[in-house]
Structures are given as structure tokens and as C-alpha cells.
Ligand binder design. Structure first.
Ligand SMILES: [Ca+2]
Length: 489
């Protein structure tokens, strides 16, 4: 039905991602798709049984998985929404969601989140599925750690088993820069094996069994790898106004390297050039080149001033201003408004009002770290020819590898790193609860419209970051009281 399915169809044997059910009373399905072989799942104050998916919770309801390279080097953290909005392990597979928009895969890889009104503390938990609405926490976040730059990336391993026909999956995810370095791009590789044993599908003889694609019927070229639409992007049906920093999307163009003799399917999706937004320089033309420049790491994350426009901490607050140097070399650091206001400084009178109003708060602008990816994964024949085949269980595994590319420019830290706001304002935030730290700290993880009901991936993006950020902390911000900027905790 979709492009890739067509190309991999006609195979006598085929396969699909293993569903499995977690051994819990509410019996969540699709929870054993993600292989825990290189994941150490931590449930704070509780426990997790990787074999059965059963878990016990601590008081915080938080959890996260440390992903390693098979040799003990941590390459990323993957988490999900805090219970009762989400539960371990953080990634599930969904099959047969017939409510997706026509032409889109009816299957997906996504978070283990639950819908509002159907959270885990209620009688009938209602899991998010491929077709769930905009802003229902569908994207799992891969917080790439420094170890992913030192090694060969982040390996997420998934279990597959034989089935009828080849199966297409939409993948709902982000890759977030916690590598401590600026990045100039990324690669998504598809193959088998872990760490040094990883082989791309084409090398492993699996080019008829595994494929990535970015079908033109589903995605425009600028939709594949994007930062939040609420920060960078034109007004559309989800966003009544242009993005805070500009009307142009930020992120990367991408290229899919096709298999030999094929078009449109392959095992390598790589970024090429940036989309050319104001991310490269704010204010455009006059701002410092390091503000923001190439893809920022968490250690250099900027501060924002946010407004909770609906009184609900579970929804994204609106970004009202950001802290930075007003123009290159000026040495003037101030709260600046966005593109619509020409990046003008926030008037003193407004700042005074914000400081007095608990609906306003300062926080890190986490979405500047988080790149949403959109692509289709296809699983074809699964059989004994796979290098990862397990005869006993009649299953195999494949690996999605995310490789961050270190920035080669000589741009260093943004100048705002040495110049902090004088008296930061903390509202004693009422507590945005659905979060687990560095891997899932924004209230929204469907920054791109991944409802499966809209051909135009768009996104919101004013979420903020709730985790200590080492670069800032190293500057002694804790002593200055900036630690209270962090939401909740
Ligand atoms: Ca809100």
C-alpha cells in the first residue's frame, strides 16, 4: 500500500516486529518489541523485569533506559512520560491502526504513553496509538550521550518474528543532543548486531528484508528532520502564528542512500545541509555567530521566558523571550522577544509584570536540542538467514543506529554562557508532572504532526527543559539561584 511495502512485497515469507505483552494487570501490548539486551532500565525507587516487562514503581513514577554499545559504554538515555502518563520501557510497537490517514503505515514504533482521560491511574488506561492526536506524547526521545560521539552511535535493537507479508512502520521519535558538543548532522542506519558487530542490512545480506524509506507521498523534503515548529516554522492549522524565532523550518535536508538497483529504499538516511533557518543566527544578520549556530548541546542550552497560556502545566507553555546578546560584539545581554517583534528587548515594564505573574516562568528552551525524525521502516522476510536468528524462539533482531555527526565549525560556546540574567524569576511552577528528566522533559513529544491524519508534518514547540544542565551548572548558576529555574522537582 505504501511505497516501501510495494517494493518489498511479494515475498513468500515475511516478518514483523515482535509485539509481546508486559506481565502487568492491564496487559499492555507491544511492550516487548524493544530488546533490552543493551539497555539498563532504571525505575526510580522501583524495579523492572526485562524478561517479562513487569515493573514496580517508586514514589516519583519516573524511569529511564541507559542504552550501551554492548561493551558497557553508555551511548544514550531513552525515557518516557512519568507514570501515570507513561510507563516503562518507553518504546512500544503498534500494529493495525486503521485510523491513520490513507496511505500511511497502519503500524508504528512509538512511546508507551497514555491519552488524557485514559492514564494509568484510571480504570481503563487508553494507550496512544499511531493515529493519536497532535500533542499526545507519541515520540520517544533518544537523548544521545557523549558516548555516542566517541563510538559509532546509539543502537536500539528490536525483536522480529516471521509473519505474512512485509510490514511498514512509521517511526515516531526524536534525537536530542546531550553529547556535550555541537552537531552538524546525523545518520540513521539500519542493520543487525550491536556495537562493533553492527552490520548494515546491505552488508548483512538483508537488503530484501529490511529497509528505510521517506516516501514522497508522505513527507516533503523539509519534513524529515526538524526542530520544533513552534520555534521555527510558518503558521498553519496547528500554529496560528509563525514560529517564535522565524517562519522558516529549522533542521536538515536528508538523503536516503538506496540499495544497489533500487530507488527509494535503503539502509542509510543521512542529513545533508541545514534548512537554513534563523537557528544559525539570532537575531538574524546582527546576532553573534554562536547564537545559536550549529545544533546546540544541552550544556549550552539557552534560557527562555515562558507563559502558561492555559493554566495547564501539562501542555506546552508559550515562549515569550530568550536570553542572549542583543548583537554581535555588543556585550549587551538581555531578554529578547521573537521574530515577530524584530527580536527587540522585552520592555522593562513587561518584565516587571512577568516577574509578578505566576503564569510566567524562566526555563531552558529544550526544544532547541530536539530533532524530530520522520521515516518509514519496513520489515520483510524474517527467517534463518538472518545473522541474528534464534532457532529456539524463531525470532531475530534488527538494529536502528543513530549516529551524531560532530560539528566541524570552530564556533565555540554562545556568549550568553558567560553572561547570565541578574535576578531570574521562579514561579515555583505548579508542577509539570509527566516527565522523567533529560530524556523526556517537554510536555509535548509530537512536535511534528504525526497524527497520521495530516500530510503536513508540523509542530509545536515551546516546551522547556527541566534537567540540570552541566555547562550552566559549571558556571555556578546553582549558587546564584538559577537551579530554581528548573521546573518542579
Ligand atoms: Ca500550559
Amino acid at each position: 500500500m505504501t511505497f516501501s511495502l510495494f517494493l518489498l512485497s511479494g515475498l513468500a515469507n515475511a516478518g514483523q516486529i515482535h509485539e509481546g505483552t508486559a506481565d502487568m494487570s492491564h496487559a499492555p501490548t507491544g511492550f516487548q518489541a524493544w530488546s533490552m539486551e543493551n539497555v539498563s532500565m532504571t525505575v526510580d525507587g522501583g524495579s523492572y523485569d526485562a524478561a517479562t516487562g513487569a515493573y514496580t514503581l517508586g514514589a516519583e513514577g519516573t524511569y529511564k533506559g541507559a542504552v550501551d554499545d554492548g561493551q558497557g559504554k553508555v551511548t544514550a538515555h531513552v525515557g518516557g512520560k512519568t507514570w501515570p502518563v507513561g510507563e516503562p520501557p518507553g518504546i512500544k510497537v503498534v500494529h493495525g491502526d486503521l485510523d491513520v490517514k490513507e496511505g500511511r503505515p497502519v503500524n508504528c514504533l512509538m512511546t508507551t504513553s497514555y491519552l488524557e482521560g485514559g492514564t494509568l491511574d484510571l480504570a481503563l488506561p487508553t494507550p496512544t496509538i499511531c493515529s493519536s492526536d497532535f500533542q499526545t506524547h507519541k515520540r520517544f526521545k533518544v537523548a544521545m550521550a557523549p558516548g555516542s560521539l566517541e563510538g559509532k552511535g546509539v543502537d536500539l535493537v528490536f525483536k522480529v518474528s516471521p509473519s505474512e507479508g512485509s510490514v511498514d512502520y512509521q517511526v515516531f521519535q526524536k534525537i536530542n543532543n546531550y553529547t556535550d558538543s555541537r552537531l552538524e548532522g546525523f545518520e540513521v542506519q539500519l542493520g543487525v548486531g550491536l556495537g562493533a558487530d553492527f552490520q548494515r542490512a546491505s552488508v548483512a545480506g538483508l537488503s530484501e528484508a529490511l529497509a528505510l524509506s521517506i516516501p514522497a507521498e508522505m513527507y516533503d523534503p523539509e519534513d524529515i528532520a526538524t526542530f520544533s515548529h513552534g520555534l521555527f516554522g510558518p503558521a498553519d492549522k496547528h500554529f496560528p502564528e509563525d514560529g517564535f524565532f522565524g517562519a522558516e523550518r529549522a533542521g536538515f535536508f536528508t538523503e536516503l542512500a538506496p540499495y544497489t538497483g533500487q530507488t527509494g529504499i535503503g539502509d542509510l538516511l543521512a542529513s545533508t545541509t541545514t534548512l537554513g533557518s534563523n537557528y544559525a543566527q539570532v537575531p538574524p544578520e546582527t546576532g553573534p555567530a554562536e547564537q545559536f549556530g550549529p545544533w546546540l548541546p544541552s550544556t549550552w542550552i539557552p534560557l527562555g521566558y515562558f507563559f502558561d497560556d492555559d493554566g495547564n502545566p501539562e501542555t506546552d507553555a508559550s515562549l515569550m523571550a530568550f536570553w542572549g546578546e542583543s548583537s554581535a560584539g555588543s556585550g549587551e545581554f538581555t531578554w529578547m522577544q521573537g521574530n515577530a517583534q524584530g527580536f527587540a528587548p522585552v520592555p522593562e515594564a513587561d518584565l516587571a509584570l512577568w516577574e509578578a505573574d505566576p503564569a510566567y516562568s524562566t526555563d531552558f528552551i529544550e526544544d532547541l536540542l530536539n530533532l524530530s525524525l520522520n521515516y518509514v521502516l519496513t520489515v520483510g522476510t524474517v527467517d534463518a538467514s538472518w545473522p541474528t536468528w534464534q532457532a529456539e524462539s524463531e525470532t531475530a533482531t534488527f538494529t536502528l543506529r543513530f549516529v551524531p555527526i560532530a560539528d566541524s565549525s570552530t564556533l565555540g560556546a554562545p556568549t550568553y554562557m558567560g553572561n547570565i540574567p541578574g535576578e531570574p524569576h521562579d514561579t515555583g511552577d505548579t508542577g509539570d508532572t509527566g516527565e522523567t528528566g533529560p530524556v523526556d522533559s517537554s510536555t509535548d513529544d509530537s512536535q511534528v504532526d504525526d497524527t497520521g491524519t495530516d500530510p503536513d508534518p508540523s509542530s509545536c514547540g515551546c516546551s522547556s527543559q527541566s534537567q540540570p544542565v552541566s555547562g550552566w551548572a559549571a558556571m555556578g548558576l546553582m549558587l546564584l539561584g538559577l537551579a530554581t529555574l528548573r521546573r518542579r522537582k
